[in-house]
Write a protein that binds this ligand. Structure first.
Ligand SMILES: [Zn+2]
Length: 134
């Protein structure tokens, strides 16, 4: 999807992309899991595979060792998907682990997922997700 720096950020913050998730895509460190899930969603929308890979835990079942192929598949997903919105439904926090339940809406349907994020060496990472039936 085509997003410019002055477009509203895909995460739904009502800020401009450049003042919101793009900062994280460019390397600023997210301070919490909620910011991570939003910036990962935005990265899928803009097709920033590097950010998705960087913020995915190595033990995630979808972790690919071949980062080039992985990056290409994220790009493809981004181009082929019509993203509509991200809704955060529930956040359960503890110190180094956070569960976030969300609904992502696409023209093609919804993804309802409970994601688990862990903090390792000061960095929040996407550990895995459990798809919920809607
Ligand atoms: Zn954002």
């Amino acid at each position: 999807m085509k997003i410019s720096v002055n477009s509203p950020c895909p995460c739904g913050s009502k800020k401009k992309y450049k003042q919101c998730c793009q900062r994280y895509h460019k390397g600023a460190q997210v301070k919490d899991a909620l910011t991570l899930i939003k910036s990962r969603y935005s990265a899928y929308v803009v097709g920033d595979g590097r950010y998705i890979i960087k913020t995915t835990h190595q033990d995630n079942p979808e972790y690919h060792d071949d980062k080039q192929i992985w990056q290409k598949s994220i790009k493809y997903f981004s181009q082929e998907t019509q993203f509509k919105s991200l809704k955060i439904l529930k956040v359960q926090e503890s110190e180094n682990e956070v569960f976030v339940t969300f609904k992502a809406q696409f023209a093609e349907g919804n993804l309802h997922e409970k994601s688990r994020f862990v903090k390792e060496n000061g960095f929040w990472l996407y550990r895995e997700g459990e798809i919920k039936k809607t």
